[in-house]
Design a protein around this ligand. Structure first.
Ligand code: MN
Length: 283
C-alpha cells in the first residue's frame, strides 16, 4: 500500500527543533505517514531530537535536497559527491529510506545551452559513489526531473531513465513530480507509465504549487496511471507555503500558493486521500 506524506516546507523553510515540534504532531493529526525533510544544510539538524520526535508520533522521514551553489555536479563532481555523501549519512541517521530531489544539480542553474555528454558524465561521476554508499545503508536515491525553467539537465522521465542507465545503480530512481510533469511530459499518466517501478517515490504537486485539487493537473489521469503501474510507494504532497529565500528565488515563487497550511492540510490532503482510495492505492 502507498503512504501519503507532506514536504516539510508546508510548515517551515528549515527543519529546526521548534519548527519540527510544531510540524510533526500536526502531520500525525492529519494522518500523514511521511514527512519529507529538506537537507539543504544537513549538518544543522539535531538528529537524536528529530528521531525521537518522529518516533513519538509514528511519522516516517524521507529527505530531499538540491545541491548548494558551490557544489555543482557538472563543474565539480567531487564537491557534489562529498556533499551528497554527507547528506546520505544524515538521512540514514534520521531513519530515512529515500533521499531525492535535485541531487544532480543546483536548482535554477542553466547554461543557456542544451545538456552535454560531458555534463551527464560529470553527474554520473558524482552520483555513482553516492548510490554505492546509500545501498550499504539501505537507502534509495532519487533524481527529480524539473521543468525547463529550473534546469536544462533533466526535464523528463525519459531523460532521467537514460541517465539512470548510465549510473547503473539499482537503488537510483526517477523522482517524479506532477508539477514538473504537467509542463514537460506528454501527459502525467504517460510519464508515470514510462517510469513504472523505477519511480517508487513521487511528489504530488498542483499546477500552481498550492492546494491539490484546485489547479489544472489532470489528477484522474495521474492516479489511473499510478494504479496501472501498481504504485505502492510514498506520495508526498509538495506545496510551497513557506520557502527559504534561495529556493523561492530559484522557483520564482513570490505569491502565496495557498491561504495558509490548513488550506492544504484540510482540503488538499483529503482530496488526495479520496483519489488514492478510489484507485485502491491506500486502504
Ligand atoms: Mn518536487
Amino acid at each position: 500500500m502507498s503512504r501519503i506524506g507532506m514536504h516539510f516546507s508546508l510548515w517551515s523553510p528549515a527543519w529546526t527543533e521548534a519548527s519540527a515540534e510544531q510540524a510533526i504532531p500536526e502531520a500525525a493529526r492529519y494522518g500523514l505517514q511521511v514527512v519529507e525533510i529538506p537537507l539543504l544544510a544537513p549538518q544543522t539538524i539535531n538528529v537524536p531530537h528529530a528521531r525521537d520526535l518522529l518516533a513519538a508520533h509514528n511519522v516516517a522521514p524521507s529527505a530531499s535536497l538540491c545541491l548548494p551553489e558551490d557544489r555543482r555536479a557538472t563543474s565539480d563532481p567531487a564537491a557534489a559527491r562529498d556533499f551528497l555523501l554527507g547528506a546520505v549519512e544524515v538521512a540514514y541517521a534520521l531513519g530515512c529510506r529515500f533521499l531525492g530531489g535535485v541531487t544532480y544539480s543546483v536548482l535554477g542553474y542553466k547554461t543557456g545551452a542544451p545538456p552535454t555528454e560531458a555534463e551527464y558524465d560529470a553527474i554520473v561521476m558524482a552520483v555513482r559513489p553516492v548510490a554505492t554508499r546509500a545501498r550499504e545503508l539501505g537507502l534509495t536515491i532519487g533524481l527529480e526531473p524539473c521543468n525547463r525553467y529550473e534546469t536544462h539537465l533533466l526535464n523528463t522521465a525519459a531523460q532521467t531513465l537514460a541517465l539512470l542507465d548510465r549510473i547503473g545503480a539499482p537503488n537510483t530512481t526517477v523522482h517524479l513530480d506532477t508539477y514538473h510533469m504537467n509542463i514537460e511530459e506528454k501527459g502525467i499518466g504517460e510519464g508515470f507509465r514510462l517510469a513504472g517501478a523505477r519511480a517508487p517515490y513521487i511528489h504530488i504537486s498542483e499546477s500552481h504549487r498550492g492546494v491539490p485539487g484546485t489547479g489544472s493537473i489532470d489528477w484522474e489521469d495521474a492516479f489511473a496511471a499510478l494504479a496501472d503501474i501498481d504504485f505502492a510507494g510514498d506520495m508526498v504532497i509538495e506545496s510551497f507555503v513557506t520557502l527559504p529565500p534561495e529556493i523561492a528565488s530559484a522557483l520564482c515563487i513570490w505569491r502565496p500558493v495557498a491561504l495558509d497550511r490548513y488550506d492544504v492540510l484540510d482540503q488538499g490532503v483529503a482530496y488526495i486521500r479520496r483519489l488514492a482510495l478510489k484507485y485502491r492505492l491506500i486502504d
